[in-house]
Ligand binder design. Sequence first.
Ligand SMILES: [Zn+2]
Length: 336
Amino acid sequence: MPTHLPTALARLSDNLFLWSPPLRDTWGLANCLLIAGPSAILVDTPYDRPMSRALIAAAEQVLPPGSRIDTVVNTHANGDHSYGNAFFPDSEIISTHASLEHLCAEPTPQQMHHLSQNLPADDPLGWYMALHFSRFQYTDTETTPPTKTFTGTLQLEAGDTRVELIEVGPAHTAGDLIVHLPENGVVCAGDIVFSEDHPVHWNGPLDHVAKACEKILSLDCPTIVPGHGPVINQTELRTHLDYLRELEGLIHEHYTRGLTASEAADDILDSSFHTHLGLSERVVILAAVEYRHLSGDTSSPDLVRLARGAAEWAFTRRDTVSLPRPRGAQLHAQAE
Ligand SMILES: [Zn+2]
C-alpha cells in the first residue's frame, strides 16, 4: 500500500466518514467526506484512479447494504478535489456555477502528467513537480465537470441528514463552496481552510478567504474538516484566521513600500513566518495573488506560472525546505 493512501475511512460520527491521506508537507492529498445514508453523498474526489479505487473500496466497508454514492459534491474545481469524478460515472456531480467556469483555468490531468514527469530535474519547476506530484497517476483520469451547478445555497439530504451547500467564493478559487451539516455540528471547508501546512489560494484576495472563515465560524459547528490536514476545532480556525489577517497585513505593507511580490515573500519568509507550518514556499504564491488584486489585475490567474514562483524559491533552498513526510514524523531526524 503506497504511503499516501489511507487504509480505512475514519468515523467522525454514526453517518460521517473521513478519507484523510496521512502525508503532510506535500500537495494533492485532499480530505474527502462520506455522508452515509440510503443515498450517500461524497464531498470531493481524490486526484487519481488508485486513490479513487481505494476510497470506493473503503466506502463499501462502511455503507449499509444497498446504499450507493448517488451524489458527489466538489468544493471547488482544483484537480485534487475533482479529477476522481471520472470514477463516479453514475453519480450526480454538484458544484457552484463559478466552479464550472473555473475549469478552463485548471490544468488538465494530461498537463499535470507532463509537468510532473517530463520536465528536466534541474529546472526548478520540474524538480518541484516531481517531488510533490509524481506519486499520482494522471494518465487514466479525465476532467469530469459537474452535472448540476448552483449559485448561493443548495439543500441536499442523505437519509435523515440535512446537507447545506453554501457558496463562499471567489476565495481559494473562483467558485468555492462549504458543506454545512447542522445536525452533526460539522463544516467541510474545502480549501478555504488548511491545517498543518501553509495554505495556498489561487484566486484570492486573502480578505475573501478570511471572510469565508468568518462565515464558517458563524455556523457555530465544533468540527471543521479542512481541505487538507487534520480536522480542527473553532479555536484552531480562529488561529488560522489570525494567520490570514497577519499575512494580508504584511503583504499590503510591503506593497505600499514599493517592493515586488517576490521581494515581499522573501522578506516575510526570512522573518521566520510561522515556521511550524509546512510548505513555506506557498507564501510566494499568496503574495503574487494578493499583489494582482492590489494592482487591479483582473485577468485569470496562471496557476502554472504561480507554481513556478514557489518552485524557484524552494529550489534555491532545497537543502532546508520541508519535504513530504508522514503525519507525526519529525521534520528533521533527531540527533543521536
Ligand atoms: Zn486542495
